[in-house]
Design a protein around this ligand. Structure first.
Ligand code: SAM
Length: 271
């Protein structure tokens, strides 16, 4: 195994004090990082896209697991630390400097995506990776750190407050799971809230359902989540008729409809 200096030493050597504006909360516990890098499954020889490598803790773990890593980082200060890793693992790491929200969707798959990202960037990328008509996607799996509250919204079942558009988007053609909870004290500096790693694999897309239609439907339904469906969906042509065809009571509210029910309604609207 390659002998690398501790991450704290790398941070000190390159002056990588965490910057709040870039949502930097670093993970320095190599055992924890190795556990995260195991979540996508066997990575020997596999392509991995890592977003936000920072000082390279998770990157090291992925490289140790034998992955071929492409890493996108927008903080220039981190580049010399990442260049050390490129040398330590010859031919295994390619670093791209820039903003992942502009670059990440242009990279050709298949690959596993792994990231510990600031909350807003992570959610925006996550929604992008799960959207669009093309399915299966370019990625084989997503392994992403989120605030625990966001992770719970992603895996939520119908009936609770956490259930909403994010749950339907994540579950209608993919299998999201909370793979690991991570205590705030594991980060440097520690964030205010607890975190969790979400692991997602693509599932089969239901036939005859347009992704855009399902998005419009959930937007309308959850846009007024406390209202009855007969009210929240009345501006969406065909929606009330679809509820009637499917025997769904229009007096129900959006949060009581299962993902399968949303898919059935969207299926009737997509024809
Ligand atoms: N992966 C490292 C770890 O686990 O210790 C760093 C995690 S830190 C929470 C998030 C990283 O994402 C930082 O290095 C930050 O500079 C980077 N980052 C933030 N916004 C980004 C963006 N839009 N594109 C690429 N990297 C970004």
């Amino acid at each position: 195994m390659t002998d690398l200096p501790p991450l704290r030493e790398i941070i000190a050597r390159y002056g990588l004090q965490a910057t709040k504006a870039l949502g930097q909360n670093f993970l320095l516990d190599e055992q924890l990082l190795d556990r995260i890098a195991k979540l996508p499954g066997k990575l020997q020889g596999q392509q991995v896209l890592e977003i936000g490598p920072g000082p390279g803790g998770l990157t090291r773990a992925l490289l140790r697991a034998g992955a071929q890593v492409t890493a996108i980082e927008m903080d220039r200060r981190c580049l010399p630390a990442l260049a050390e890793l490129e040398e330590a693992f010859p031919g295994q790491l390619r670093v791209i400097e820039g903003d992942a929200t502009k670059l990440a969707h242009g990279i050709e798959g298949p690959f596993h995506i792994v990231a510990n990202l600031p909350y807003n960037v992570g959610t925006a990328l996550f929604v992008g990776w799960l959207s669009g008509q093309n399915w299966p996607p370019q990625w084989a799996s997503l392994t992403l750190m989120f605030q625990q509250e966001v992770a719970q919204r992603i895996v939520a079942e119908a009936g609770g407050d956490a259930y909403g558009r994010l749950a339907v988007l994540a579950q209608w053609r993919a299998n999201p799971k909370i793979a690991m909870k991570v205590h705030r004290s594991a980060f440097t500096p520690p964030p205010k809230v607890m975190s969790a790693v979400i692991h997602v694999t693509p599932a089969i897309m239901p036939e005859g359902v347009s992704a855009r239609t399902l998005e419009r439907l959930t937007e309308a339904a959850f846009g007024q989540r406390r209202k009855m469906l007969r009210q929240s969906l009345k501006g969406l042509p065909g929606a009330l008729a679809a509820l009637e065809t499917l025997g769904i009571d229009p007096a129900r509210r959006a949060e009581t409809l299962s993902v399968a029910e949303f898919v059935s309604v969207a299926g009737l609207l997509s024809v």
